[in-house]
Design a protein. Structure first.
Length: 364
């Protein structure tokens, strides 16, 4: 419930000296309408909550505070959550997958019947979900947390609509997540990989672009000649994860490759068996192993970490790296911009150089 006491225009708690004589108020957002008014007839909190229910019931002609026992999770997702995803430019592909997994567990369960323990049971089922080709779990803790976060948002919308009194997910803690995966190639591995890539011109060009542009594989493969502005040195990129399109700068190396691909009529990328060719190059270079785990093997997405790490190694301002990746938070960029031990050593050695130039002791 959203009732409280107010005195001299301010919300107060039971410890306030004037709490006993203060008036009850309600504040609630529901279906785009804001209820913010006094409840003068109420003396106790229970009476205030009862009055609040009656006010909302009169306005919307349904019982708020008593869960709607007919609305199912599936019907609510179609009626309210999918429109929310469309309106808020959320990653539709991922959300569709999350919805499918959630409905696979809850099926046609009424929203009102979902308890915190039901949410935990759903999470446990996701944890034990097996990959048919491998014996390991298919979903990582971070993926499961994102799925459960989607469930929490759905239930939160149900609360806003007056279907639920409270969100059962508020009592469910997220799973602990391991530190971000760290996978950088050493110099020998880089050289061996480039030798393998030179045997496949189209794959070679794709990887050259990947290490010179902050783009995902799907964005790279979607580039067409119309998207490229060589005069202003930029390319229009289709937004990922529901984000709008944006302009990304291109350097001389990327420009040379893109011009060659236009001349050879290779845009957009005519690669149908990319995954097979990419992993064959990694195995032949001795970087990946057949049957290796996700944590052990190198992936195309790791090239984004290479791109970010190379920028940081060249003393690029982290804010510029963040903007290139279009990250909303620097902590996301930090996951990509990994640093190796050599770079850390070079950083502390710069202190030696500055002290030698000044010929002064530290802190003097």
């Amino acid at each position: 419930m959203s009732v409280f006491k107010r005195y001299n225009g301010k919300r107060i708690t039971s410890s306030h000296p004037a709490y006993a004589k203060a008036r009850w108020w309600m504040y609630k957002r529901l279906n785009g309408k804001v209820f913010h008014q006094a409840i003068p007839e109420a003396i106790t909190k229970q009476e205030a909550e009862l009055a609040e229910r009656q006010i909302i019931k009169t306005t919307f002609n349904h019982n708020y505070g008593v869960a709607d026992s007919t609305t199912t999770l599936a019907s609510f997702i179609e009626a309210k959550y999918r429109p929310y995803v469309e309106q808020n430019n959320v990653n539709k592909g991922a959300k569709n997958l999350y919805i499918r997994l959630l409905l696979g567990h809850f099926k046609k369960r009424p929203l009102a019947s979902i308890s915190p323990q039901d949410c935990r049971d759903c999470r446990s089922k996701l944890q034990t979900r097996q990959n048919k080709r491998k014996k390991e779990s298919e979903l990582s803790p971070s993926s499961i947390n994102r799925i459960m976060s989607t469930l929490s948002k759905i239930l939160s919308l149900a609360c806003e609509e007056g279907i639920l009194d409270r969100n059962p997910m508020q009592y469910v803690k997220p799973l602990p997540e391991p530190p971000p995966r760290r996978r950088l190639l050493n110099e020998k591995q880089k050289q061996d990989l480039w030798k393998e890539l030179e045997k496949d011109t189209l794959l070679y060009r794709l990887i050259v672009l990947a290490v010179n542009l902050p783009l995902r594989r799907g964005q790279l493969m979607a580039i067409t000649e119309d998207f490229i502005d060589f005069e202003n040195e930029q390319v229009l990129v289709i937004g990922s994860k529901g984000r709008p399109p944006r302009l990304v700068p291109i350097n001389a190396t990327a420009t040379k490759v893109l011009r060659a691909m236009i001349a050879d009529k290779q845009l957009p990328f005519p690669v149908k068996d990319f995954r097979k060719r990419w992993y064959a190059a990694l195995i032949n270079a001795g970087i990946n192993k057949k049957g290796g785990t996700r944590e052990e093997n190198y992936h195309f997405h790791d090239l984004r970490s290479y791109f970010a790490s190379e920028l940081i190694r060249r003393n690029t301002n982290p804010l510029i790296v963040q903007n290139l990746f279009a990250h909303s938070d620097m902590s996301i960029t930090a996951v990509y911009a990994q640093t190796d031990d050599k770079l850390l050593l070079e950083a502390v050695k710069r202190l030696d150089e500055s002290e030698q130039r000044s010929r002064r002791r530290p802190f003097q």
